[in-house]
Design a protein around this ligand. Structure first.
Ligand code: UD1
Length: 422
């Protein structure tokens, strides 16, 4: 099993290019199910999660031609409506095929995703939303079974909690429904706006994405066999990858130009980095982050977009662990997202947890150690900790990081880090 070894202490310097966003690419690829004909994608990141969704689409019967960061998916030949356990268990976001499958075929059978390292992560709102659109839902033998007599029917639905993949699933399903769907209390992440833009390019009528209320005029009213049409889709940059490199630059007292990121998407991260004393400059060439000699303690509270993202909490906590003074980290999205704390403590961080609060007391130095990656973003935080720490850090189980960061060690290597995969 691959490991990453880091000798810490080198300030990062140079330029890094941000890849396409995993969390945007996954629903965009799932949306191909709604299309009769081929969809062309560019800026697809090279990640395990992308391989997983491609495998799932191929298993359903889609044809996929991949060439570097480009791919063409033709979902017309899909003849299977079941997403199997072995494919879904590898990646919870496989649930994104549920809405498109039931919208197109009137039937879908998708393995119920289990719990994961960061918490229970239910999909009840995805299911209630599909029920509101007329689907009959049952759970049999670990599978979600969704059926409709004919087409889905547009309706109003209120999300009790703004859910990202839930909003995406419902938005996709409603494009082929009969009549208008109004979704309220929607998640507002940039990945949702990117999906709505893509669906509209494919001939759907989605209005309001990026706000709490999304209206979808389904095309099922006009057509007996509704489907969307071929389009070319470019994946937006990964704001979490960008944020990870920005925090790494600040934590190592480096000077890094982040290219290809969208500053509009990372306001919450920029704000907190500036509060911590780092300089963040938005230029024509990219976002330039320069670390400060003294890092200031900064409280964070994770919130749905445009608040501070839960996917950046672990990485920011590393920065706070070497700040002057105490910081409070309040995790409000997932109930069990402090698994990285034990590993950071092994590296000398002084952090205590009470419920969904972490009290971080800044220390002068972290020290290299053997640590274990437990989930995607926790792994990224351990890489940053390794870059900061005195001595050698070995991160085990790095397959977690390969799910969501493209060539992470190569990118850090070009910034002057002493890092290798072994
Ligand atoms: C997505 C992101 C993930 C990110 C998360 C929160 C993708 C592929 N993944 O995950 O990286 O960490 O958003 O920004 O885009 N919930 C329910 N019932 C549901 C659905 C969600 O109670 O049916 C709760 C969850 O337990 C959680 C909250 O809603 O407390 C938000 O989760 P959600 O936005 O759904 O996360 P994901 O879409 O799974």
């Amino acid at each position: 099993m691959d490991k990453i070894e880091i000798i810490g202490g080198t300030p990062l310097q140079g330029t890094v290019q941000i890849s396409g966003a995993k969390n945007a690419a996954l629903p965009l690829l799932a949306a191909s199910i709604l299309v009769q004909g081929a969809v062309d994608y560019t800026n697809i990141p090279d990640l395990m999660d992308i391989k997983s969704i491609k495998l799932l689409l191929q298993d359903l019967g889609a044809t996929i031609e991949s060439n570097g960061s480009q791919c063409r998916i033709n979902a017309s030949p899909i003849n299977k409506i079941e997403a199997e356990y072995d494919l879904v268990r590898k990646m919870r976001a496989s649930i994104l095929v549920l809405g498109p499958l039931v919208a197109r075929f009137g039937r879908a059978r998708v393995s119920l995703p289990g719990g994961c390292a960061i918490g229970a992560r239910p999909v009840d709102l995805h299911l209630k939303g599909l029920e509101a659109l007329g689907a009959k839902i049952s759970i049999e033998h670990g599978y979600i079974e969704a059926t409709t007599d004919d087409k889905l029917i547009g309706n109003e639905f209120y999300f009790d909690i703004p859910t990202v993949t839930g909003t995406e699933n419902l938005m996709m399903a409603a494009t082929l429904a009969k009549g208008t769907t109004i979704l309220r209390n929607c998640a507002r992440e940039p990945e949702i706006t990117a999906l709505a833009d893509a669906l509209n390019k494919m001939g759907a009528d989605v209005i309001g994405a990026g706000t709490a209320v999304i209206r979808i005029n389904g095309i099922g009213t006009d057509s007996l066999n509704p489907s969307l049409k071929s389009a070319s889709i470019h994946v937006i940059p990964d704001r979490i990858e960008a944020g990870t490199f920005m925090v790494a630059a600040a934590a190592t007292n480096g000077d890094v130009l982040i290219q290809g990121a969208e500053p509009e998407h990372i306001g919450g991260i920029i704000n907190k980095l500036r509060q911590s004393g780092a300089s963040v400059e938005i230029t024509q060439d990219g976002i330039r982050v320069k670390g400060a000699e003294k890092i200031k303690s900064t409280d964070i509270k994770t919130l749905p977009y445009p608040g501070f993202p839960t996917d950046m909490q672990a990485q920011f906590m590393v920065l706070m662990s070497i700040a002057e003074g105490n910081s409070v980290v309040h995790e409000t999205i997932f109930e069990n997202r402090f698994i990285h704390v034990n590993e950071l403590q092994r590296m000398g961080a002084d952090i205590s947890i009470s419920g969904n609060y972490a009290m971080v007391r800044g220390v002068k130095n972290l020290s290299g150690a053997q640590v274990m990656a437990s989930d995607l973003r926790a792994s990224a935080s351990l890489v940053i900790a390794g870059l900061v720490a005195k001595g050698s850090t070995t991160i085990n189980r790095v397959y977690h990081i390969d799910r969501g960061y493209e060539s992470i060690e190569k990118k850090f290597l070009t910034l002057g880090a002493n890092i290798r995969r072994c």
